[in-house]
Design a binder for this molecule. Structure first.
Ligand code: DOR
Length: 431
């Protein structure tokens, strides 16, 4: 059992609001939240001066690459990156080798996560091998606690199969998370189809590839809503998608949506360098889409910022742009990128990065707060004013493919507590 910890001098922010208070953690739980707590003997005092003390962040979308792609990331290195980013829970994506499409592989990843410095949850595949042909055994995975299913990296192309999956998932109380991409439109594309793809001579992915699947799945969610089915849209990147989700929500269709830090901070113009570090799926979009994504965050259309942390080995990302795999690191920079570029106050970002995603992944009350007596001490301490330089070689991830190399970001995680144990102290991993 972790020793007692006192987080001293910070401002506590959770879904109930903000107040100045120290936080005493005892036996893995929050023991007291009040101003001026005297440090009991033997307690570890962590300085939270100038900082916000919040429920730990929750990432709905991280590629931890195990099993099968350990040269890019492992559950251990990915979880360490997550803890450094302020996360106390991450949902591991199933596009591993083999795919996480059975109870056996779910169990394997959960076991790898047991020693990790953040809670590792698993998303199961919707279809066997993520091939989009046949439903995976969702019930046996749900039996191990899986509450999100996705074929991420691909969308489920077949509408009837998606409808069946929604019916099946609703009977299990699970949510289907969709990577929205119509493969017939997206085929062969390497970046957003528009002015920059024409200039650069790279084949493009039209934004309608995303829009069409969002439209289809809103229709399917509407059809299955009475069963309790829920669709979560992953990494939305276009103005049209955000507008569709806004309209669906106002009509009461049970859908939720996430966007990534990179889609709210970078445009397709950066691809002009031909650097594959900027290749990602869905692709970076023009400024009008970035602005629509930010507006969707601001007005509540978008429920969560999720990293889509996608590590790739250096030799993979050193191939020419049209041969390199898509994906960017995200866990260690997400909060700072959001603070620097989303144009939202930290309180709103915490909703988008902690308690709202915790709700979508059904992780409350263990994650997402509030910071109150008796609650599990899964917490992060954020210095919103700290300015730091992103140096790829200093990241904890096994890969180096951050699009923010050399960029100065504002806002840094100072400490992270998992079950009361300080797993990050003063920005340094403790395990
Ligand atoms: O850019 C991406 N990379 N998008 C995805 O959907 C998958 C991911 C990966 O696994 O590398």
């Amino acid at each position: 059992m972790a020793g007692d910890v006192l987080l001293r001098g910070g401002r506590v922010v959770d879904a109930t609001g903000g107040r100045r208070a120290d936080v005493l953690v005892r036996d893995g739980r929050v023991a007291s939240v009040e101003a001026g707590i005297e440090a009991p003997g033997g307690v570890t005092v962590l300085d939270a001066g100038g900082c916000v003390v919040a429920p730990g962040l929750v990432d709905l979308h991280a590629h931890l690459r195990q099993p099968g792609r350990e040269e890019a990331e492992t559950v251990e290195t990915g979880a360490r990156a997550a803890a450094l980013g302020g996360y106390t829970a991450v949902v591991a994506m199933p596009n591993t080798e083999p795919a996480i499409d059975s109870a056996g592989v779910v169990r394997e990843v959960l076991e790898l996560g047991e020693r990790a410095p953040c809670h590792v949850l698993v998303a199961g595949a919707i279809t066997k091998g993520r091939r989009g042909e046949e439903l995976a055994p969702l019930a046996e995975m749900a039996g191990l606690g899986v509450r999100l299913f996705t074929d991420d990296g691909r969308g489920v192309q077949d509408a009837r199969l998606m409808l069946r999956a929604l019916e099946y998932a609703s009977s299990l109380g699970a949510t289907l998370a969709q990577h929205c991409e119509d493969e017939s439109l997206a085929a062969g594309g390497h970046m957003h189809e528009g002015e920059w793809s024409s200039r650069l001579g790279l084949a493009g992915v039209p934004p309608e590839a995303e829009q069409l699947m969002v439209m289809r799945d809103i229709a399917l969610a509407r059809r299955t809503a009475a069963l309790g089915a829920r669709v979560h849209f992953q990494h939305l990147s276009t103005a049209a998608s955000v507008a569709l989700v806004r309209a669906a929500k106002s009509e009461g269709v049970p859908v939720t949506a996430e966007v990534t830090p990179h889609h709210l901070s970078l445009t397709d113009e950066v691809v002009g360098s031909y650097d594959p570090v900027f290749k990602v799926s869905p692709p970076l979009r023009p400024m009008a889409d970035v602005e629509a994504v930010r507006a969707g965050l601001a007005d509540g259309t978008v429920d969560a910022i999720a990293t889509d942390h996608a590590p790739h080995a250096q030799e993979e990302k050193e191939r020419p742009f049209d041969h390199a795999p898509p994906g960017m690191l995200g866990l260690e920079t997400a909060l700072a990128v959001a603070l620097t570029d989303a144009g939202l106050p930290l309180e709103r970002l915490l909703a988008l990065m902690s308690w709202q995603p915790a709700r979508i992944a059904r992780l409350e009350p263990a994650h997402g707060g509030p910071v109150a007596e008796g609650r599990p001490a899964n917490l992060c301490v954020i210095d919103p004013a700290a300015v730091w330089l992103v140096e790829p070689e200093r990241l904890a991830s096994r890969s180096r493919n951050t699009p923010y190399a050399g960029r100065k970001l504002t806002g840094r995680v100072r400490h992270t507590l998992l079950g009361g144990e300080p797993v990050v102290v003063d920005g340094e991993p403790q395990r």
